[in-house]
Design a protein around this ligand. Structure first.
Ligand code: NAI
Length: 678
């Protein structure tokens, strides 16, 4: 065997005359397709074309993962469309070079395979992948405001039906190895010990290449495409407006209008991505991606791993936190005063594992790690104790005092309180520095953020370990000050209260929600209030109204008093049937009202400015990240602070001033605006 090494590639020619290209991007834990990686590959492929081997296998030399995609950092440096076009054309030309090698080629996918990595594998003749749950395939470019640009939108149709191909590209969702094989995206799966052996066999035997299912021809025909495209646009419009998210619409047009000639389609793909990559949406979505990485990077590189979590309180939150921790591979003990709560929590966990894990051995393993513990035996051996009992200061304080003598010396003690200051909870224990807030959001499985709430007394080392734990269980940690409402509820509550006031002023719930979704919120504030639960929302609002002096709409109180609690009770502002909102039939116009939108958005933004001013979180970036991942704030706007900075303060302050005059002091500009006035 002969081998040569580049900065990022190891090239080996084995005794069968098969060349192995092993990617190992230097100074990076994951393989990403940088300009340097492409340049070296171009050189290697040019060389191979002169001395053609029996076959070429491309794989990763990293312990985990194949290729994570293009280098997003390089993406942020693009200055204009022309430069974007050059970068894309260069990448495309290398994929073409690989595609046109006269010998068989195979991608040997040993782990996650995303974006440009999947496009590279599509330029090979065959694809074989490691049969493990961590091997996942996706084209997530749409989440960065673009669509695949290295030939992915062209070659994918060779293997998949257009309906599956478009769905993968439009949603950015991922497939595991088995799903990928079933769909036609890959040829074969294999366990680790057989992966390279099987790849070699394919290269030597050259079986027929996979083809898209026969009916694809019909769906891809010139007659069918425009009709399917209309349906796709209609579906899409329910989730994203073209003025907010142009990329999925551009992708549908690309397929509908340019499918057919691969070369022409490649040219259009490059042009389309170049145009999209310089839009404010793409820039802001890349910002969101970077913010996500910033939150992840708050954790230590190699922290001590938590193995056992003890959770006290098996209600809505405790039960779901337990389920989530088990799904992340941990062992939990769950304690509650009521056996009924414990039984319900375990049943919910079972349903979740059944849906998510599917395999009965994996489900059994998960259920074995989910231990009910009414007596609280787990307290003594847990690495972390999470308290999630009723929101009652006195009961929580008594609980900590009883726990302290039992817990391990180095165990982390955390509370999931949503509204009580850590300083008011911690002095019932002899070492108050060890209490930290771990504020999960509801529903735990869906909400990516955890606020790490630091009391003034919390030991920084404890706080760091809480951050590490959040990252370990796949959540984004956001360190916040322990002020009322922390960050997320503090900003969301006045916005939801304003929605209630609008309703009381006679506007319809549909109009109010439409104004928010037109701005770019994923759901409107009224629907959000129903989803969170009006009782929970009212409780938080009462605490915040005392702290910050605002008025709560009386309808909130009457509804809660009459048991009208929202989604969970089947009736809130909306009616709910089988967990789905029933849209009222009303004659409301479908145009969003600017005044409603201003009232909602500016209360939100004004509160965000106040949080920045009061340093509830450490930086503007952390604030934007927390608000996007905690509230869903219009990601394509890049966060509330970024929105203020990109809009300029003059117009926003003018509107705020007008609202202040018309609606009173709740619209008084926070002193923090001064920092943004240039
Ligand atoms: P819940 O009312 O659904 O459950 C509380 C559970 O704690 C009950 O099963 C109860 O039997 C148990 N419990 C009470 N005292 C206990 C004790 N001394 N020892 C053992 N178990 C005890 O409450 P939920 O909604 O799960 O809230 C729990 C905590 O999470 C609260 O602090 C709340 O503020 C916070 N939170 C709630 C959110 C929500 O949306 N529900 C969101 C984020 C935080």
């Amino acid at each position: 065997m002969s081998a040569s090494t580049y900065q990022n590639w190891i090239v080996e020619r084995d005794s069968d005359e098969i060349v192995w290209l092993r990617l190992d991007v230097h100074d990076n834990s994951a393989n990403v397709l940088t300009n340097e990686v492409f340049t070296e590959l171009q050189y290697i492929l040019t060389d191979l074309a002169k001395n053609i081997p029996v076959g070429v296998a491309i794989t990763s030399n990293k312990p985990k993962g194949f290729i994570a995609g293009a280098d997003v950092k390089e993406f942020t440096q693009i200055k204009n469309q022309q430069q974007a076009l050059e970068i894309i054309r260069f990448g495309q030309s290398i994929m073409d070079q690989l595609d046109q090698l006269p010998c068989p080629t195979i991608a040997v996918i040993n782990g996650f395979c995303m974006g440009g990595g999947l496009e590279l594998s599509l330029a090979c003749d065959y694809r074989i992948a490691l049969d493990e749950p961590s091997t996942r395939f996706s084209l997530p470019e749409i989440r960065l405001g673009i669509h695949p640009g290295y030939g992915g939108t062209v070659r994918i149709f060779r293997y998949l039906s257009p309906l599956i191909a478009m769905d993968l590209m439009l949603t950015g969702r991922s497939l595991d190895s088995r799903q990928a094989k079933k769909s036609g995206l890959i040829d074969q799966t294999a366990p680790n010990r057989l992966l390279e052996h099987s790849a070699r066999k394919i290269l030597l035997n050259k079986p027929p290449k996979r083809k898209a299912p026969r009916f694809s021809k019909l769906l891809n025909s010139g007659l069918a495409r425009p009709l399917i495209a209309i349906l796709m646009r209609k579906q899409l419009a329910k989730k994203a407006l073209p003025e907010h998210y142009p990329a999925p619409y551009a992708l549908i047009n690309h397929w509908s209008k340019h499918y057919g000639n691969e070369q022409k389609m490649l040219q259009h793909e490059a042009k389309s991505v170049a145009e999209l990559s310089t839009t404010p949406t793409a820039k802001n979505l890349v910002r969101v991606f970077m913010l996500q990485n910033e939150l992840k990077s708050l954790a230590d590189d190699h922290p001590q791993q938590v193995k056992h979590v003890h959770i006290i309180g098996a209600g809505v939150m405790g039960g779901d936190i337990a389920t989530w921790c088990v799904a992340q591979g941990l062992e939990i003990t769950l304690q509650d005063l009521k056996n009924e709560s414990l039984a319900k929590a375990k049943l919910r966990a079972y349903k979740y594992f059944k849906k998510r894990l599917k395999d009965r051995f994996l489900i059994k393993d998960a259920m074995d790690r989910f231990m009910l513990d009414a007596q609280g035996y787990g307290v003594r051996k847990a690495d972390i104790i999470i308290e999630a009992i009723f929101e009652n200061k006195k009961v929580k304080r008594e609980l900590y005092a009883s726990l302290e003598p039992k817990i391990k010396k180095d165990a982390l003690l955390a509370t999931n309180t949503s509204s009580i200051k850590i300083e008011e909870l911690c002095d019932s224990i002899s070492d108050p520095t060890r209490l930290v807030g771990l504020h999960f959001f509801n529903p735990v499985a869906k909400m990516p953020l955890i606020e790490i709430v630091n009391g003034t007394q919390t030991n920084p080392n404890v706080s760091q370990r809480a951050i590490n734990f959040a990252k370990q269980i796949g959540k984004l940690p956001l360190p916040t000050k322990s002020s009322p409402g922390f960050l997320v509820n503090r900003i969301l509550t006045p916005y939801m209260v304003e929605a209630g006031l609008l309703k009381e002023a006679g506007y319809s719930i549909m109009e109010i929600d439409l104004a928010a979704t037109t701005f770019g919120m994923p759901i409107g504030p009224i629907e959000l209030a129903d989803t969170v639960g009006l009782d929970i929302g009212l409780h938080v609002a009462e605490i915040l109204s005392t702290a910050y002096g605002f008025k709560i709409p009386s309808s909130f109180k009457t509804m809660v008093a009459s048991g009208t609690l929202g989604k969970k009770s089947g009736q809130g502002f909306y009616a709910w049937k089988n967990g789905k909102k029933v849209t009222p039939k009303s004659k409301t116009s479908t145009n969003s009202d600017t005044m409603i939108q201003n009232r909602l958005v500016l209360r939100f933004i004004n509160e965000a400015i106040a949080c920045h001013h009061e340093q509830v979180v450490e930086s503007k970036n952390l604030l934007d990240a927390g608000v996007i991942f905690g509230t869903g704030f219009a990601p394509f706007r890049g966060g509330p602070i970024h929105y203020v900075e990109s809009m300029g303060t003059a117009a926003l302050l003018e509107t705020l001033d007008m609202l202040h005059k018309n609606y009173g002091d709740r619209f008084k500009a926070d002193p923090g605006w001064h920092e943004f006035v240039t």
